[in-house]
Ligand binder design. Structure first.
Ligand SMILES: [Zn+2]
Length: 239
């Protein structure tokens, strides 16, 4: 099997996993992988990601021009290309509408930080991009401020986009994000969401370089250690 065919099969596998997890409904979501400096393999438009076959996939260049494939490329390719153009380490991009993360995107509630160890290490602070109509260049530009410093971005009133040095890792970021958001929603219902102490959050951030992850901006003191500190915290009792 050629390397490209094995990449095509992997894209289809990730599509099935996205669909099985309920992260995409109907024809929602899209997946892409960088094939070379100027070629990107991506899913076609208006196709259920649970049933995509290797021959359905399209190849586009970094300007979004379709180079091959009988189906038309995803209309949200601009979002993916924005990431490839801005982050040389990005090899794959997953865009989905995972329901618990999308609930935060719809509520326009910033995802709180400093709560679960794995999230601090692998995702860091998850920024939220402004809303724009999906598909256009204005939509793609909403994530530009976060490319190069993040691997996971919430899209206001839309969903999430994650990326990484491999397709598996890009998918894991979507999976970890939605699992985290589910826990946050459940914990808030129980009544209180505790933060890790600041020194313990810093210990977690210090693990990132050991795991080959780029430094978290919070380590150099840029940006607060805790985002949305008030999320889920019990109001002080009334006297
Ligand atoms: Zn979408």
């Amino acid at each position: 099997m050629t390397e490209e065919m094995s990449t095509r099969k992997q894209v289809c596998d990730i599509g099935r996993r996205l669909y099985a997890k309920g992260f995409v409904a109907g024809s929602e979501g899209n997946i892409s992988v960088r094939l070379s400096d100027n070629e990107v393999l991506c899913t076609p438009t208006l196709t259920c990601k649970g049933f995509v076959e290797p021959e359905d996939l399209c190849v586009v260049d970094l300007s979004g021009e379709q180079l091959s494939g009988s189906r038309r490329r995803t209309s949200e390719i601009g979002l993916h290309l924005e990431i490839y153009r801005g982050d040389a380490a990005a090899t794959a991009v997953v865009h989905a509408h995972p329901p618990h993360a999308t609930a935060f995107a719809v509520a326009r509630e910033d995802i709180p930080s400093g709560i679960l160890p794995e999230v601090e290490v692998f995702l860091g602070v998850v920024p939220r991009a402004d809303y724009e109509t999906p598909g256009g260049s204005d939509f793609a530009a909403t994530i530009r401020p976060f490319v190069g410093t993040s691997n996971t971005v919430l899209l206001s009133n839309h969903g999430a986009v994650t990326w990484g040095p491999s397709l598996e890792l890009a998918f894991w970021n979507t999976e970890v994000l939605d699992a985290y958001c589910r826990v946050l929603i459940l914990a808030r219902q129980l009544g209180n969401v505790e933060r890790l102490p600041a020194d313990k959050v810093r210990e977690l951030l210090n693990l990132r370089p050991q795991m080959g992850l780029p430094a978290d901006a919070r380590q150099s003191g840029s940006g607060p250690l805790y985002v949305n500190y008030e999320f889920g915290r019990k109001a002080p009792p009334e006297r």
